[in-house]
Design a protein around this ligand. Structure first.
Ligand code: ATP
Ligand code: MG
Length: 564
């Protein structure tokens, strides 16, 4: 690839709107351009990275028996109505009508189409198991497209779907995917962790996420260095350290707390730690108002409450007054007649809570004695909390979700009538699994994890090309001739070379080479002409060797770990 004839529009400055490092570097290195919010063009070098990542994915999914297909982006509404997701999914789904006013949507994911296919093409137990996959565009009207290609409204996904007779079959294909995913992320040069996750809108019997560590990530995971527990913060279990509780009270004491509404105000006024208070949150679920309780120093994790209560929202001011008889700030669980769900760590201790009267709180409240509640894990795990499994201290890390695997079970096969006949001629629902990977997130996560102040440092396996051939002065005939020769030699040997043959100042060219971050830079400068030495430099380490022109190919192959 000759730079002078290619579209590689590098930029000196960071784009104004970009925060994530991968976003800045992908734009500056001329890999992508934003067409509109969350909609990107992949330029030639960006496309090459995607091709590399997709090739790795294809090899590993083929190796576990995947059969590649392509399903449409445009879907009839009926399939999504049958699964129930036409109504269950909100604004994230792009919907449209055709000329006959029929409802259609753009595919966010393809469980429905797979179940439709299975309903038509799978008849008997002899047709199972199956593993179908595609590398296809998805459309999602994300609420907050951001961080460049990490969260876009149009993106490519590798999605595979397993079809089995029973849970044992699903377990086997699930495990095969887990291992294939590890190979894919290892080969892509990512640091990642596999965590338990919340099946969310997919539903089903279990799921894991593959998380690449990066401050640009939108997800957080809790990790235990002692027992290896790793879980998305949406469901991570932890045991917060207990505060120094006062001796058990004989009874309740009402204390005046004029204008002290927040936990901070109440604990300051009463001169106690926030952990000795209880936060009472009135919410409205489908069965009406309910009270959620977490310790004063803890945060409620909404997804955790949603798993107990179903969809809910915070109550409005008048709803709080109707349900409790007092305004927010003085609400507490004692004497209330609505459903109360309390965080697990409130099973023990003695607390200050709202008195359900204006300007007053109750001291000495013992859960279980002074009020009854359902207990559930509601609080967000914090760094330093005890691991929910072994008690050792947890750490919290920010991560990018690069892939996930779900045991769907029969959630889609039942409504879409994807069934097979077993040996006895009995009709049974097909047991499904679904497995996603975002190639753009792999590329961006690789940049997040591999860069320096000068630019990208690509892992060899997913670099757009392997070698950056740089001629210091393209107008100097001897240099140009030698560079041309090396370009031909390396191409002939099957190496992937970007040849910077531009008539640009050397400083500009060296800066661009660091920005693009190809694994090896081969420099043809005056030393090459005078001494017959060509420099080969590793982008990652800065190590440099000088070799004779005739040795460039073999040296490069050796450095790239490729036998000649
Ligand atoms: P997130 O929680 O980050 O929104 P998700 O759970 O919605 O992701 P899935 O629907 O399971 O993701 O999609 C499978 C994979 O597709 C994800 O692991 C991720 O790599 C990728 N992906 C999902 N949404 C996007 C997006 N908006 N932009 C780019 N890649 C995405
Ligand atoms: Mg999503």
């Amino acid at each position: 690839m000759r730079w002078s004839k290619s579209l590689i529009p590098t930029l000196k400055e960071d784009p104004a709107d970009a925060e994530a490092i991968s976003h800045r570097l992908m734009v500056r290195a001329g890999l992508v351009r934003q067409l509109a919010a969350g909609i990107y063009v992949y330029l030639p070098l960006g496309q090459r990275v995607m091709d590399k990542v997709n090739a790795i994915i294809r090899e590993e999914i083929n190796a576990i028996g995947g059969q590649e297909i392509t399903m449409p982006v445009l879907h009839p509404a009926e399939l999504w109505q049958q699964s129930g997701r036409w109504d269950a999914i909100g604004d994230e789904m792009f919907r449209l009508k055709d000329r006959y006013q029929r409802d259609l949507c753009l595919g966010m994911t393809h469980e429905e189409v797979i179940a439709w296919m299975a309903a038509h093409e799978v008849h008997s137990y002899r047709d199972l198991p199956q593993l179908w996959y595609q590398i296809q565009t998805k459309e999602r009207d994300e609420a907050r497209p951001k961080s460049g290609v990490l969260r876009t409204r149009e993106f490519v996904m590798k999605d595979s779907y397993s079809l089995d007779r029973d849970m044992a079959g699903l377990d086997a294909q699930y495990e095969a995917h887990r291992q294939a995913y590890c190979k894919i992320f290892d080969r892509s040069g990512l640091r990642y962790i596999v965590v338990e996750s919340d099946p969310g809108m997919m539903g089903g019997a279990g799921s894991h996420e593959f998380m690449a560590q990066s401050p640009a990530g939108e997800d957080q995971v809790a990790l235990c260095g002692s027992c290896g527990y790793a879980a998305n913060l949406e469901l991570a279990l932890s045991r917060p350290p207990a505060p120094p509780f006062p001796p058990p009270s004989a009874g309740l004491e009402e204390v005046p707390t004029p204008n002290a509404r927040t936990i901070a105000e109440v604990s300051a006024l009463l001169k106690i730690e926030p952990a000795l208070t209880i936060k009472s949150l009135v919410v409205v679920g489908k069965d009406g108002p309910a009270l959620a309780l977490v310790r004063g120093d803890q945060q409620l994790r909404e997804r955790k409450l949603e798993r107990v209560l179903g969809p809910f929202r915070p109550a409005h001011g008048d709803e709080v007054r109707d349900a409790v008889g007092v305004e927010a700030g003085f609400v507490g669980p004692v004497g209330l007649r609505i459903r109360i769900i309390a965080d697990e760590c409130l099973r023990t201790g003695c607390y200050v809570v709202g008195a359900n009267k204006p300007d007053a709180h109750l001291r000495g409240v013992v859960p279980g004695r002074d009020f009854q509640a359902e207990f559930a894990d509601l609080h967000e795990a914090n760094a330093g909390d005890g691991c929910g499994r072994c008690g050792a201290p947890l750490t919290i890390e920010r991560v990018i979700e690069v892939g996930n695997i779900f045991k769907l079970g029969i959630k889609y096969s039942v409504p879409l009538r994807a069934v097979y006949l077993d040996e006895q001629g009995q009709e049974r629902p097909i047991v499904m699994g679904s497995y996603g990977i975002g190639p753009a997130r792999i590329a961006a996560a690789a940049i997040e994890q591999n860069h320096d102040k000068d630019g990208i440092i690509w892992p060899d396996t997913i670099a757009p090309l392997q070698i950056h051939l740089l001629v210091v002065n393209a107008k100097e005939p001897k240099m140009a001739t030698l560079a041309e020769q090396l370009y031909a030699d390396m191409n002939g040997a099957g190496l992937e070379v970007l040849y910077d043959d531009r008539d640009e100042r050397p400083g500009v060219k060296f800066k661009d080479a660091d920005l693009l971050g190809l694994p090896l830079r081969v420099t043809v400068g005056s030393r090459a002409v005078k001494e017959g030495r060509v420099e080969i430099r590793r982008r990652r380490t800065g190590e440099e060797v000088a070799v004779a022109p005739g040795e460039v190919v073999t040296s490069a192959q050796r450095l790239l770990g490729r036998p000649a």
